[in-house]
Every structure is written in structure tokens, then in C-alpha cells.
Design a binder for this molecule. Structure first.
Ligand SMILES: C[S@@+](CC[C@H](N)C(=O)[O-])C[C@H]1O[C@@H](n2cnc3c(N)ncnc32)[C@H](O)[C@@H]1O
Length: 361
């Protein structure tokens, strides 16, 4: 039976169309850049497992399920529907040409297997050795403003426009928990505090603000350049201005039990095993008893064995030196080792979520 046309079905249709546009754009960009590359520098590319039509079909089904969940959460008031249509068009028009111009340099470094090459003047001293990398073959790794300006666009293209829908999957458990906590502390003049570990350019903080505008937002990241970009991205948010601090997630500059909630999106696959445990331990330390920790990262081998060929492609095509270990790492065991309990997991498209609680006193 055809759906009756209501303002709601029209908005849903507009959202689906908006996302389809992003998918087409992402796909077109990747196809074009590969074609140009093969013309300019024809040689065997390092893609050991080409995607089969069956795999592409499954991926599309998972994208559709992600977008449906995104729409449903907006319908249920987890965040406003207007959030679904947000896009930084000014950045897109300003930096898309730059992103294209950056491609030959990226391929050249990738072909030459040069994974620690930075522009003159970039200071890498004092950072953990595992961090001093051209992750995803990115020019300057996480070390320059130019890299920070291109990062979100590169991720948009890589995930065909689904990065924010994936990040938004952390919001429902976070909001549910904080809403339950809020009445108990409503007499306190202090707002609830949420820390995003490895906040990058501030995307997750912005999404948290759209969903739960009253909380005080804190973000840490190792990259000063990405924090500068986060400041720019968060400049217009309503509510309490976010506090952004340059710090290693392995030793957070906050006192014990400071935050009602901690979050992290797309960090753990870029950390070696020991650092993963250290960050989780720190998340536990700074979270209040009874508080919540919500993590989002890549799917793991155990969840989607059918995507194993694709997971093997990822570190081979992009420079992701810790990804292979990450996809088989038992993060539930790591969360339990830190002291978290009531751990649940979920999967959407290429992402996985862990929701964990610090026991109340
Ligand atoms: C893939 S990006 C994800 C950024 C952001 N959370 C997002 O959703 O787009 C990884 C981020 O982790 C940061 N990072 C990596 N290792 C870190 C560490 N040990 N402590 C703090 N930040 C770290 C990087 O600087 C980068 O901004």
C-alpha cells in the first residue's frame, strides 16, 4: 500500500534523498580518483580482496538499516530532525578542491610505503611513537591545520556520507542515561559533564550538544590542529561553550570521578593494544560511580565474518597499523578489566558500539 503523504513522510523522503546524494557523491569521487590515478600512474594496486556484488548488496542493506535507525531516533526525539540535514557546505566548497589536489601526494606516499613523512617545520617530538604516522596516508597525519581542514571531507567520502549517522548511534544510550541521572542532580547548580576522548574536529561533541544541549561538554585530543578545528566547528553551538584540552587519552588531565559520562568515537582502531587498555582505564577513572562510557569504532571480525575480506583490505589500502589487531581484540574484556559492568554491544553498517557502566558506590 502506498504511504500517505504527510509532512513526516516528506521529511523522511528528503532525508533518504539527502543521504543517497552523499552515497552517490562518495562513490563517484572514489571511482574518479582511482581512474585518474590509473591513468597517471598505471600499476597493480594493493587491493587483495575485491568486493563481490553480494558483499556490495549486504553493505547497502546495512547502510539502509543505519539510516532507518537514525531516522527513528530523530522521530523519537533523541535529536531534532534538523540535525539529520546538517552539512558544513562552506567547508565542502572551500576544501573539496584542496582534497582533490592532495590525492597525488597521498598516492605517492602510499606507493612508496612512506608512513612517517611530515611537512617541514612540523614538530612530532613528545608524542607517543604510535601516533607519529600518516594515518590513512593523510598528508601530515594529525599534525597540521591543512590535515584538520580536510579530515571531515575525507571521512565523508570514505564512508559515503554515513559518518555522522554512525556517530549519532552513541546518543540514544547516552541521553537515556543522562535523562535518568538529571532529576537526581537537578538541585545542583553544576551541569552534567560529558567528556569526549579523542574528539578530533569536534563532530561527536556537536552531535551530543544537539541531543542534550544542557550538558557541559569537554573534549581532549592529542592534536592541537584538530582541536583548533574543533573550536571553529563548535563556535556556534548553543549552551555552555565546550572546553577543549590537548591531552593524551592514556593520561587524562582530570580528577577522579569528574564526569557523568565519557564517550569516544573512532579512536580505538588507531591505538596499539596497550594504549587501548590505558585509555579505557582512564575513562573508568574519570567517570563518576554510576556513570556511563559509550564507545563507537569499526566493526570487528567476530561481528561480521562475511566482511572479513573488506576488513583485510582496509589496513592494506589505508595506512592503519593497529587495525588488524583491533578487529580481533576483546574490548569487553578490556572494559571489564578496567572495572566497567553491564556492558552491551551493537553493530550498525561498519561500526560497533560498546555501552558500559561504572558501578555505583
Ligand atoms: C579517526 S580520528 C577520530 C576523531 C573523532 N573522534 C571523530 O569521530 O571524527 C582519531 C582521533 O584520535 C586522536 N588520537 C589518537 N591517539 C590519541 C591519544 N592517545 N590521545 C588523544 N587523542 C588521540 C587523533 O588526534 C584523532 O583526532
Amino acid at each position: 500500500m502506498p504511504e500517505t503523504l504527510t509532512p513526516d513522510t516528506l521529511t523522511k523522503f528528503a532525508y533518504q534523498t539527502f543521504q543517497q546524494g552523499k552515497q552517490v557523491f562518495g562513490f563517484a569521487h572514489k571511482t574518479l580518483s582511482t581512474r585518474i590515478l590509473n591513468t597517471v600512474s598505471p600499476k597493480e594496486r594493493n587491493e587483495p580482496n575485491p568486493l563481490t556484488p553480494e558483499m556490495i548488496k549486504r553493505l547497502q542493506t546495512r547502510i539502509d538499516a543505519l539510516l532507518e535507525a537514525d531516522w527513528q531516533d530523530a522521530e523519537n526525539g533523541v535529536y531534532p530532525k534538523s540535525a539529520l540535514f546538517e552539512n558544513r557546505w562552506d567547508d565542502f566548497f572551500r576544501y573539496y578542491p584542496e582534497m582533490c589536489l592532495d590525492i597525488p601526494g597521498i598516492w605517492e606516499r602510499a606507493n612508496g610505503q612512506r608512513h612517517q613523512e611530515f611537512s617541514t617545520g612540523i614538530e612530532t617530538e613528545g608524542y607517543p611513537a604510535y601516533y607519529v604516522q600518516n594515518f590513512h596516508h593523510q598528508t601530515d597525519g594529525y599534525f597540521s591545520d591543512a590535515s584538520a581542514n580536510l579530515y571531515d571531507l575525507q571521512v565523508e567520502v570514505l564512508f559515503n556520507g554515513t559518518a555522522d549517522p554512525m556517530r549519532r548511534r552513541i546518543l540514544a544510550p547516552l541521553k537515556r542515561h543522562l535523562s535518568a541521572t538529571m532529576p537526581a542532580v537537578s538541585t545542583s547548580p553544576q551541569p552534567l559533564k560529558v567528556l569526549d576522548i579523542a574528539c578530533g574536529t569536534g563532530n561527536s561533541l556537536k552531535l551530543i550538544n544537539q541531543s542534550i544541549p544542557k550538558v557541559a561538554l569537554y573534549g581532549v585530543d592529542l592534536s592541537p590542529a584538530y582541536l583548533r578545528k574543533a573550536h571553529e566547528n563548535l563556535a556556534g553551538v548553543k549552551g555552555i561553550p565546550a572546553q577543549l584540552v590537548q591531552a593524551n587519552g592514556e593520561s587524562l588531565p582530570f580528577v577522579d570521578e569528574f564526569f557523568e559520562a565519557t564517550t569516544s568515537t573512532f579512536l580505538f582502531h588507531e591505538l596499539p593494544a596497550e594504549a587501548r587498555q590505558n585509555v579505557i582505564n582512564e575513562a573508568f577513572r574519570v567517570t563518576k560511580p554510576g556513570g556511563i562510557f559509550v564507545m563507537c569504532d569499526s566493526v570487528q571480525a567476530i561481528d561480521t565474518p562475511e566482511f572479513k575480506p573488506m576488513m583485510e583490505n582496509f589496513p592494506a589500502i589505508f595506512h592503519e597499523p593497529y587495525y588488524r589487531h583491533y578487529i580481533t581484540d576483546d574490548l569487553i574484556a578490556r572494559l571489564e578489566t578496567a572495572g566497567f559492568t553491564n556492558i552491551t554491544t551493537a553493530n550498525y553498517f561498519m561500526s560497533k558500539y560498546w555501552v558500559a557502566f561504572k558501578p555505583a558506590n
